[in-house]
Design a protein around this ligand. Structure first.
Ligand SMILES: [Zn+2]
Length: 443
């Protein structure tokens, strides 16, 4: 096995599961391994403690009159359960069918280490890098980066940069290099509907008092018009319309046609806001989604109960220029004003993150496109993503730099799921991508 694969396998063997305190020592050992690898390249390294898992920073010697590029990634991974569904041990990486199989292979160790090994390759070939480089690797991404914003604030001068690059998003299809220039934001909340003071016999009391579970269903039904549009007052007020060139461009992106969405999801038919393709709905339109609903009897057979309460769990994907704070107020107002009679509703805000949009044809965007072209020998496509990476907006706010999203993840990478994998060719392309990117950004 060649050195890049030995390095990747060593990195993947650490069970650096950030959410599980039983793995705290493994997360730490993984950070230490990474630190040693970066020091081996001759970079100046720093391990920064946080209340939980450490941040690893490395940089070359910074010279004036050179661009400063910050490359962000994360060395923590998701849990592996259910373990019995894995074909091979999630922490004993294997190569089968041209793919590397392990937890973290794609998300994010494989993509992240490709950048490190690209730098190693360039240093071996040229003795120096064309830019001032900062590597910033955290161990808490999979738990929502609870300490990263504070760290960025504290280190904002040391981390000042012209542009940020991240490889932690998707490619639309194998061999099709993909530059992301937008992300949806997110807002989560729960609501509890309460009726009688305790569960009641549905024969002795049913018909005399409101049923919180039925009320929850009616409240949820009020969130959308029947055609799929969100019915919350003011919800679309600050939504930035799609540009014509985006719609034109996306209609030609492979792998994201309506037929592809139908096939990938296995749904009986597609459904969503009228007037938009599936890709447009996912990348550039906001949503109100029901993530959970509960209350009353869930066991075998029937139980004639009138439940005392019911709950709903909601999340909203937001697009520029929606503000999570404004939307939370609109949602609260909607849930309270549409709450059916006979029950009360308590709304509890959850976590949120702002949407992100940058110009894919800015000078840095064009540099990223050129690097993708070089690395993959193919024309890159420009997309937004439906998911949320709140840290990207935080980089803009704290470091004043835009982020290039150079994703190498395939749709069937099984990230966060059993049998996570990363194509060997994407790992190798990622190494070339880093080299090309630093060259292009230096121009
Ligand atoms: Zn992840």
């Amino acid at each position: 096995m060649t050195q890049p694969f030995e390095d990747l396998f060593a990195f993947l063997r650490f069970p650096s599961v950030s959410t599980d305190s039983r793995h705290a020592d493994d997360v730490r050992a993984c950070a230490d391994w990474l630190l040693a690898k970066l020091a081996d390249l001759g970079l100046a390294t720093e391990l920064h403690e946080t209340p939980k898992h450490p941040v690893v920073v490395a940089r070359n010697t910074h010279l004036p009159d050179r661009r400063t590029v910050l490359i962000y990634g994360h060395y923590d991974v998701q849990p592996v359960d259910p373990l019995h569904l894995w074909t091979s041990d999630p922490f004993q990486p294997e190569i089968r069918d041209g793919r590397i199989w392990a937890r973290g292979a794609t998300d994010n160790k494989g993509q992240m280490l490709a950048h490190v090994l690209g730098v190693e390759q360039t240093l071996r070939e040229n003795g120096e890098l064309p830019v001032n480089l900062i590597f910033l690797f955290e161990g808490e991404e999979e738990i929502g980066s609870p300490n990263l914003a504070a760290f960025l604030h504290q280190q904002r001068d040391a981390l000042r940069c012209d542009v940020v690059a991240v490889s932690d998003t998707g490619m639309v299809a194998p061999g099709v290099p993909t530059l992301g220039y937008g992300l949806r934001g997110i807002l989560c909340c729960d609501a509890i509907l309460r009726g009688p003071k305790c569960d009641l016999h549905s024969g002795l009391f049913g018909g005399a008092v409101a049923n919180p579970a039925a009320a929850a269903a009616r409240l949820l039904a009020s969130l959308h018009f029947t055609d799929g549009r969100v019915a919350i007052d003011g919800f679309y007020n600050s939504v930035r319309p799609l540009e014509d060139w985006e719609r034109q461009m996306w209609s030609e992106v492979p792998g994201v046609s309506d037929a592809d969405f139908l096939q990938v999801t296995g749904s009986p038919s597609l459904f969503g806001e009228p007037g938009y393709s599936s890709a447009e709905r996912v990348w550039a339109r906001p949503t109100a989604e029901v993530n959970g609903i509960g209350g009353g009897y869930q066991g075998e057979g029937s139980k004639t109960v009138l439940p005392a309460e019911a709950f709903i769990k909601l999340s909203f994907r937001l697009v520029p220029d929606q503000s999570p704070l404004d939307i939370m107020q609109q949602v609260t107002r909607h849930l309270v004003s549409h709450c059916p009679p006979g029950v009360t509703v308590e709304v509890r805000p959850g976590h949120d993150g702002k949407p992100y949009l940058t110009d894919p044809n800015s000078k840095f965007g064009l540099a990223a496109q050129a690097a993708l072209r070089t690395a993959f020998h193919a024309e890159p496509v420009l997309i937004r993503e439906g998911g949320s990476v709140p840290i990207v907006q935080t980089f803009r706010e704290i470091l004043g730099a835009d982020t290039l999203l150079l994703g190498l993840a395939l749709a069937d990478a099984q990230i966060h799921a059993p049998n996570e994998n990363f194509p060997v060719e994407n790992f190798e392309a990622g190494i070339r991508l880093n080299q090309a990117l630093l060259n292009e950004l230096a121009r």
